[in-house]
Design a protein around this ligand. Structure first.
Ligand code: 5GP
Length: 195
């Protein structure tokens, strides 16, 4: 059986990755989403096991020591990681899966997956990104500053991605990503380097 395809979606905080993913998950029943683990506190409305596995730092370290993550990163002063088991199981079953991870995580995935597809979501401009983050009202002033500072760093890495998509209009963005998925599905599936 051909392995599933692995899609990696990155982009600065506030660019709209979550909204794009919500649309994709609603419209596709044959693409899975990898729920990450994080030591960040849940935001209002976020559900454990759906948005993230919200875990303690001790638990994160334990999982890391047990080699349970495909990749991990320290982002905006919190730990994040992709649990390995679910991703492997989906790919082995020939199911496509999407990871929403930062640029450090994407680099680690690149070392393990030869044929993963890397998509970077960009804001139309810096001011718009700032507006979106402020409007979201989910961050403290300090966290907002960190996220905007990191955004500048992240945007420098876009050339390492197969596709750059500017998220100006959400419907256009979702359509562009669907086109990418369609195109990549026509090519051969992902393969994993033996660890
Ligand atoms: P947020 O706290 O806004 O949900 O996410 C902050 C950042 O962490 C985003 O850039 C997001 O892509 C990234 N992120 C979320 N989950 C993971 C993960 O499992 N691994 C890595 N490397 N980054 C993640």
């Amino acid at each position: 059986m051909q392995r599933g395809l692995l899609f990696v979606l990155s982009g600065p905080s506030g660019v709209g990755k979550g909204t794009v993913l919500d649309h994709l998950m609603k419209d596709y029943n044959d693409i899975e989403y990898s729920v990450s683990a994080t030591t960040r506190k849940p935001r209002p409305g976020e559900k454990d096991g759906e948005d993230y596995f919200f875990i303690s730092e001790e638990m994160f370290k334990e999982m890391e020591e047990n080699n349970e993550f495909l990749e991990t990163a320290y982002v905006h002063q919190n730990y994040y990681g992709t649990p390995k088991k679910y991703v492997k199981r989906c790919l082995d079953r020939g199911e496509d899966i999407i990871l929403e991870i930062d640029i450090q995580g994407a680099k680690q995935i690149k070392e393990k997956f030869k044929d993963a597809v890397y998509i970077f979501l960009l804001p139309p401009n810096y001011e718009e990104l700032k507006n979106r983050l402020v409007k979201r009202d989910s961050e403290t002033e300090e966290s907002l500053k960190t996220r905007l500072k990191n955004a500048n760093q992240e945007i420098k890495e876009t050339d390492k991605y197969d596709y750059n998509v500017i998220n100006d209009d959400i419907d256009d963005t979702v359509m562009s990503i669907k086109e990418i998925i369609k195109k990549e599905r026509k090519k051969k599936g992902a393969s994993i380097k033996d660890e």
